[in-house]
Design a protein around this ligand. Structure first.
Ligand code: UD1
Length: 434
């Protein structure tokens, strides 16, 4: 539990300045940890963020029989960027094959052990994660894909149970939608299948590329990495690996929106501009300045930006994970923005919280119309998920008075040291304990 307290006198009154450091991507690190299950022996994942989800994934891997050691620097300091961790995973020859509900319900990404377990053990039983604050998040493509690869899959007592006694068999399959999670699970299954698997309409997020690169370094044979079609030649055995996690484009994007909302001049060390092309183009068109540097990029805004429309799509489209930040920015920009959420149907819960800060918005289905106002006004609000929570903190940077964002444990799940890093670049943000 806990809350973040943000104090401001309104947009652009307390500009941010200095450097923030972007570490490894949560959405990659968790899948890389799951992928180590594919090879017996000791693998090491570097540049892992200091967040609870990594500890939960570590616990899950232990339940499956691995020895897991998670180490962060003792003198971790967000003002110098020395916060990245290292996870060492010793994977046994014989794995347990059951991922229990107690762990899966704490971490949806647990579902990414399904593919590796089916590939390694020829059977898996992984609890269904259930609903969460941003929508129903189906698993049909994960399941159909495994069935196409030869597995018999059924739902039993709240578990997805998959069995393939003679091992997976390569085939041609396609996804109805480029789902990140389904792509990851099916790639991790196919690398140990017999024969060739072609998967069409795969997701192309940088985190998928990171996973494919790690699998390749483990001995997997994957062609078409970063395209929409992956061709995977199954191999009999993979070997352990040391791999460094790609930096977090959503955290980098969050800092871009923080600067757009609060004003200022921020260097985002570790940020990769080409992971955020569409986002940065929109911000530049609306009045922000972006400049690449040797170690990242910088963002500068000194006046109110013009509103822009957003329509979320799979990569390289506008990321759904940055949509709440775009909404918070639109709330204080000049003009009107139409925001369309195409990926997660329930993501607009956040809009109701933003309205508590005085945003002028209406939602209808998966569209929101946001009319910019000159300033928001501080109020108590609640973080329902990681991104919504961080976006409310940014809303607070543009709100007169104090904004208290409750349930800040959600923010900590995606942003190690968020309050500390914001304070280090000039924002008045502190943590309150309940
Ligand atoms: C991942 C990210 C999440 C990000 C999302 C989209 C992690 C831990 N989470 O989530 O932060 O917002 O990608 O970039 O990496 N769907 C189905 N059936 C399926 C699979 C997905 O209907 O079998 C639907 C989902 O309900 C959702 C949409 O497809 O509406 C996108 O889901 P997906 O791309 O799979 O996202 P996640 O992997 O869950």
């Amino acid at each position: 539990m806990g809350s973040f307290r943000v104090v401001s006198e309104g947009p652009l009154t307390r500009p941010l300045s200095g450097t923030v450091y972007v570490g490894g991507a949560k959405n990659s690190a968790l899948k890389l940890m799951a992928a180590t299950l594919l090879a017996p022996g000791r693998s090491v994942v570097h540049n892992v963020p200091d967040i609870l989800d990594v500890a939960v994934m570590g616990e899950l891997l232990r339940t499956l029989g691995c020895e897991v050691e998670i180490a962060y620097p003792e003198d971790a300091d967000p003002t110098t960027g020395s916060t990245a961790g290292r996870v060492t995973i010793d994977v046994p020859e014989e794995l347990e094959h059951e991922a229990p509900y107690e762990l899966v319900r704490r971490l949806r990404a647990s579902i990414s052990v399904l593919g590796p377990l089916v590939a390694r053990c020829h059977r898996a039983s992984v609890a269904l994660p259930g609903g969460d604050a941003i929508g129903s998040r189906g698993l049909d493509m994960h399941i159909t894909g495994l069935q196409e690869l030869g597995a018999v899959v059924r739902i039993e007592h709240g578990q997805v149970v998959a069995e393939v006694p003679d091992g997976l068999l390569g085939t041609n399959l396609w996804l109805d939608f480029p789902s990140v999670g389904a792509t990851e699970n099916l790639v991790m299954a196919a690398v140990l299948a017999r024969g060739t698997t072609v998967i069409d309409n795969v997701a192309r997020e940088p985190e998928i590329i990171d996973l494919c690169q790690m699998l390749s370094a483990m001995g997997a044979r994957i062609e078409g990495i970063s395209s929409s079609t992956l061709v995977i030649e199954g191999v009999e055995r993979l070997h352990p690996v040391e791999h460094s996690t790609v930096t977090d484009r959503i955290v980098a994007g969050t800092w871009v929106f923080a600067t757009a909302i609060a004003g200022g001049d921020l260097h985002i060390d570790g940020g990769v501009t080409h992971h955020l092309d569409i986002v940065l183009d929109k911000l530049v068109a609306s009045g922000a300045e972006i400049e690449s540097t040797e170690t990242g990029f910088s963002v500068r805004t000194h006046r109110r930006l013009r509103s822009f429309d957003v329509s979320t799509l799979p990569y390289p489209g506008f990321p759904t994970d940055l949509q709440p930040f775009a909404m918070a920015l639109a709330a204080v920009s000049s003009g009107t923005a139409m925001i369309t959420e195409n990926v997660f149907e329930a993501r607009f819960m956040f809009a109701q919280e933003l309205a508590r800060l005085g945003a002028d918005l209406r939602t209808d289905g998966h569209h929101a119309v946001v009319r910019g106002v000159p300033t928001l006004s501080g109020a108590p609000v609640v973080a329902h998920d990681i991104r919504a929570g961080a976006a409310l903190v940014l809303g607070g940077l543009a709100a007169q008075g104090a904004t208290v964002v409750a349930e800040s444990q959600h923010i900590d799940r995606g942003y190690p040291w968020f309050a500390e890093a914001l304070a280090a670049v000039g924002a008045d943000v502190s943590r309150l304990q309940d």
